[in-house]
Structures are given as structure tokens and as C-alpha cells.
Design a protein around this ligand. Sequence first.
Ligand code: 13P
Length: 253
Amino acid sequence: MERRPLVAANWKMYKTVAEAVDTAHRMCQRIAADAVAEVMVAPTFVSLAGVGDAIRGSNIVLGAQNMHWEKEGAFTGEVSAAMLQSVGCRYVILGHSERRQFFGETDQSIHRKIVSAFQAGLVPVFCIGETEAERDSPQTFAVLERQLGGGLGQLNDEEIQSLVIAYEPVWAIGTGKTASNDQIQEVHAFLRRYLADQYNNALAKSIRILYGGSVKPGNATQILALPDVDGALVGGASLDAESFARIVESCPG
Ligand code: 13P
């Protein structure tokens, strides 16, 4: 099955509403309507509505960076999947390493979020990745298996096939250190093999696996051409419309 690449902007905790809306408008002007890749932008919660308006009618879709697993309730400061759906989100980034590192997210809590996202009709962009110490030990593959198995839990094949996995080595995020092409391809091929073993070949072949970690216009062409890489999750270089558009254009046609 053909895997359409997804190039996603994770704006993290950057940009006021006005700045986010302005950048979204620039992206719409700059990114061709017939781009090979599907394009997603994930601003902060407060900018979702404004960015949603700005990208309406374009080929850019909206995503959120996090959510709570409960449908509603007394959870001060939290946002539910249904709320994200109601503001126009199609995707939600879950299990980002910054959430695991700074906000105590675990494989278990991420699993609950993935289940809840599906119930609300959102597509999870499920992030996994090893730290530098884990890579050096070396435990990369054991860590990825644990994160993947824990996050996917008892989801059915159809659900797993429809979600997006993002491999983001923690040591390559925001550091300017990109994993080498060989390292990226090795992990992506490993993930696909793992999914084939645990589930089935068709699922492993059709699921999209993105790479994230210091993706920039200068390295995007090489990374996006790797056989098991189906797009990119971009932080720093997505904050500027021009540099993000150049990454979108780097997808092989
Ligand atoms: P950078 O592109 O800034 O390294 O961030 C990657 C990332 O964490 C995207 O989710």
C-alpha cells in the first residue's frame, strides 16, 4: 500500500496567537496545494482556533500537541480529545519525549491517551525514542520495543494501522545533532519488522513512520528519501514558514 508522507510542524511552546496565525497564513501561501506530502501544523492549544481559521481551505491540516485521556471532568488545566476534535484537529501528537521527560508521562498514560484519541476520531502521532544514555548502553531497540508495546497495548490492527508513529531520538531533538541516515533507516526498518512480527505484514507495510530530531531544509532531502521514512516531525525548523515549506518540498515525488 502506498504510504503518503506526512510532514508535521510541532510548534511546542512557541508563538503567541497572532504570531501563530501569521505563520499559518504564510505557510498557506508558500506550500503548494498539490504538495506530495500531507502537511500538519500543531500549535499550542490557545492558537488552535486561530490557526484552524487561517488554514481553512488549504491542504494543511490541524493537530494538537497533547490531550488528557478522560472525556471530561474536574481536571484543571487539561483538554480532552473531543475538545480537540471540536476545534478542527485531525491529529494529536502523543507521548512526545518532552512530555515523558518533564510531565511524567508513561507508556501506560500514553496508551490511555491513544485509546481516547481514537474514540474521538483523532489520529494519534505516537512518539517514541531513546535517550543518549540508552543508545550508548546499548538499549535502543529494547527501549523502543517497550515504548511501542506499552503505547499500543491491546489496540486492534485497524487502529494501529491508522495511527502514525514518530521516531524521535531524544539526543537529536533541538540539539542540532541529527541521527545518521544509517541510524535512522536501521531503526525504522526495525520498527517495521517488529510490527510485522507482532501484528501482520500488511499493517507493517502500510503504517507511516516519521522521523523527528533536528530535521532542517539542509538534511530533509536525504532523510525523507530513506526507504522506511514516511515523513518528518519538525520542531525548530517548522517555526519559520519558508524553512518548513522547503522541508515539505523535500519529499520525494
Ligand atoms: P527539533 O526539530 O527542534 O529537533 O524538534 C524535533 C521534535 O521534537 C519534533 O516533535
